[in-house]
Design a protein. Structure first.
Ligand code: IP8
Length: 250
């Protein structure tokens, strides 16, 4: 089984509020169709969820946020999710919509529900979930990042491979020259923060990828604009991107 995160900056135009990159999503769908293993998809919020979370000052910390904000963030994520589901369907994938409320209770994953996701994926359906605004309890809510969902799913489902599709070639050791880091073996590189991203952008991805690789799984960062690279990574062909090598393989 392969666990794949489609980052918000690849599926939406982050410069323009509420704009999905439909052509890119279609190309991604066509590539995903070529994978002949069960897959699970998680997607980010991009210029949908993050746009509204910033406007309503909502973050990953559990707090009593504005009720309108919660409703609007959730609604925008449904809208983006629907675009992805429609384009997956159009490209012959059979997505199975799985809002995170389906397998989260407060900030804890419901293990029984998570385990069931494997069975759904093995049936040939493609479970699709996403980062969202979630109820925590006692009138508090929080933003659950899709990156965090990746760690929850990886921990229980132990996929063969974990992939983060980004709007970059991978992780750079130097931002100016865009010198790519090919492989990391357990060490966590430091990344500067992105203020436009309430869940922490690249820094969060690196943190979760490092955690997952320490659980023993290989994690790849690949450029989602070149979606054939996802297929190559899965089929063990020449890989282009950054590999966080699973601890057990080091
Ligand atoms: O883009 C957060 O998901 P992410 C989604 O994976 C929202 O961090 C609602 C901002």
């Amino acid at each position: 089984m392969i666990l794949i995160k489609l980052g918000g900056s690849i599926i939406t135009n982050k410069e323009k509020p509420l704009s999905a990159r439909r052509k890119t999503i279609e190309k991604l769908a066509k590539s995903l169709k070529k994978i002949d293993e069960p897959i699970i998809i998680v997607h980010g919020g991009g210029s949908y969820g993050h746009y509204w979370s910033v406007k309503y000052d909502m973050h990953t910390k559990e707090k009593k946020y504005d009720l309108r904000g919660i409703a609007i963030v959730k609604n925008s994520m449904i809208e983006l999710n629907k675009i992805i589901l429609d384009l997956f369907l159009k490209n012959k994938l059979s997505p199975y919509c799985l809002p995170p409320t389906d397998f989260m209770m407060g900030n804890k994953p419901i293990q029984k529900k998570i385990k069931e996701i494997t069975k759904i994926a093995k049936s040939g359906l493609v479970p699709v979930t996403y980062g969202d605004a979630l109820w925590f309890g006692q009138k508090k809510t929080y933003i659950l990042s899709g990156d965090k969902i990746m760690t929850h799913l990886a921990k229980t489902l132990k996929p063969r491979l974990v992939i983060f599709a980004l709007n970059e070639d991978g992780l750079y050791s130097d931002l100016r020259s865009k010198k790519l880091i090919y492989e990391l073996k357990g060490e966590q590189p430091s990344i500067s923060e992105n203020k436009m991203d309430v869940t922490g952008g690249m820094a969060r991805k690196v943190e979760e990828a490092t955690k997952i690789s320490k659980m023993g799984m290989n994690v790849f960062f690949v450029n989602g604009n070149k979606s054939e690279r996802i297929v190559k990574a899965v089929k063990n062909r020449k890989f282009e991107g950054t590999l966080f090598r699973g601890k057990k393989n080091v």
